[in-house]
Write a protein that binds this ligand. Structure first.
Ligand SMILES: Cc1cc2nc3c(=O)[nH]c(=O)nc-3n(C[C@H](O)[C@H](O)[C@H](O)COP(=O)(O)O)c2cc1C
Length: 448
């Protein structure tokens, strides 16, 4: 838990005392409310945040991160590396953070600055975190102010890696990340998307709003609208085996379900994620979250067992997994061969149990059941299908997800229609998967 903010240390000269006073006051509600996307956690208390910035193009996005933290009333101290200053200059960091900015351990020595910021921090966020800085952190190097601060702090540390996909996937980076995770460092992202060189893939820094929400969610329990609730979220696509090598699956990446789980955990819920097929990098932030436990399921039958078990003690269940409607009736023991084939292969598919309808039918008193429906219809037809499906499944809320060849799957943005029993034609919620996840939780809370 964070230390109390608001007591000056012996070395605190005027400038730092001013910022301490600012840090110690209760945050002005209007300003906190103005912080787009950072509401929820930490609305009542200013947090002493150190933001480390390292040398990647994504440093420009960190300007927005610092802005959001400041607008939410937090006390932000930016520590750029020398290389970071080649991307965004020192005056920018000073102006937006409203605190002095230095990079070297030899600056401001009278205030023992090389350790004092780390000692006083409630939270340290490194964004973007370059491959180089992750390596330096893993090795415990302390040859600049960010390095000494990271070694001096006992506050939660969050890194938001950003780099090209090849650098992200390099065994050295993978090993460094594993070391950091073992030490309790929290990792947000990276997202999958367009990179600086025009290529695309995992390596893009998460959006500032997502980093802020995740980081603040770690340090303050004052205002958490889902605190005390036990939540189950399923995610990813189930896979039905054909033989030991092949399966029938779907295009779900699990991103939306992971965003739903992270949003709930950041807002204070204890979250159990049942993950079907989800890539490791998509699951990474959820795996690292202190309030998320994770179990895995391959097939629809496995997902049903894991979810039903977890739902027995849950207040809210969100079925965001893309469950295969059908499975192969007879799974071959050995790989099916083309030898002797007449050029065709006939598989018989049988219907899987309807997990969502089953959970809704057996819901405990007070339990809220939320379903997801992926639909390729649009407009009025989408709405009609959504309403019919919500009623048929008997769920409290149905998130209707418009999907198609180009949208819905494997992308960062989403559009959801959130349908409860009395919602005739609600406006779709659009934005990052994290943003629509928060809108979903707002809708769930209105129902409870
Ligand atoms: C235009 C440009 C963009 C870069 N972007 C990244 C990046 O996104 N991620 C990364 O790990 N390194 C990136 N680098 C390389 C780092 O700047 C370099 O490794 C540097 O030593 C990092 O230092 P630092 O970690 O101390 O800030 C980039 C370099 C250049 C010239």
């Amino acid at each position: 838990m964070p230390r109390v903010v608001g007591h000056a240390d012996d070395n605190g000269a005027h400038a730092e005392q001013v910022s301490f006073e600012r840090a110690g006051r209760t945050v002005d509600a209007e300003r906190a409310g103005a912080a787009i996307g950072v509401s929820g956690a930490c609305e009542n208390r200013a947090v002493f945040v150190v933001v480390g910035v390292t040398g990647g193009i994504a440093a420009y996005k960190t300007v927005q991160l610092v802005r959001e933290l400041i607008r939410a009333g937090h006390d932000v101290h930016v520590i750029p590396t020398d290389d970071a200053l080649r991307f965004v200059g020192l005056p920018t960091w000073e102006a937006i953070s409203r605190n002095p900015v230095t990079t070297s351990v030899h600056d401001d020595v009278a205030r023992v600055r090389h350790v004092s910021l780390g000692q006083r921090a409630d939270l340290v966020v490194v964004a973007p975190a370059t491959a180089n800085t992750l390596a330096r952190m893993a090795a415990g190097l302390a040859d600049d102010l960010l390095g000494t601060t990271l070694l001096a702090t006992t506050a939660p540390v969050v890194v938001a890696p950003a780099m090209h996909t090849e650098m992200w996937g390099h065994p050295a980076t993978v090993a460094n990340l594993a070391t950091l995770r073992e030490r309790g460092v929290h990792v947000v992202g990276p997202a999958d998307g367009e990179l600086t060189g025009g290529d695309s893939g995992p390596g893009r820094m998460s959006e500032p709003e997502e980093i802020a929400r995740f980081a603040l969610g770690l340090v303050d329990a004052d205002v958490r609208d889902l605190a005390g609730l036990r939540v189950v979220v399923t995610t990813g696509g189930t896979r039905e085996p054909i033989d030991p090598v092949r399966f029938v699956g779907n295009r779900s990446s699990g991103r939306q379900g992971v965003a739903v789980a992270l949003a709930a955990a950041d807002r204070g819920a204890d979250v159990h994620v049942v993950a079907a097929h989800v890539d490791a990098h998509v699951l990474a932030a959820a795996s690292a979250h202190p309030r998320i436990t994770l179990s895995r399921a391959g097939t629809t039958a496995e997902l049903q067992t894991a979810t039903t078990d977890a739902a027995a003690t849950a207040d809210i269940v969100v079925m965001a997994a893309a469950v295969a409607d059908y499975r192969v009736d007879r799974v071959a023991d050995r790989k099916l061969s083309k030898d002797g084939s007449d050029g065709t292969l006939t598989l018989t598919l049988v219907e899987n149990p309807d997990i969502l309808a089953g959970l809704a039918a057996e819901r405990r008193p007070g339990q809220t059941i939320v379903g997801f429906a992926a639909e390729t219809a649009t407009g009025d037809e989408l709405l009609e299908r959504g309403h019919r499906k919500r009623a048929r499944k008997g769920v409290d809320l149905l998130a209707v997800n418009e999907v198609g060849w180009q949208h819905g799957f494997e992308v960062e943005e989403n559009s959801l229609l959130l349908l409860a029993a009395d919602d005739d034609a609600p406006a779709p919620v659009r934005g990052t998967k994290r943003r629509v996840a928060d809108a979903l939780w707002d809708a769930v809370l209105l129902l409870r």
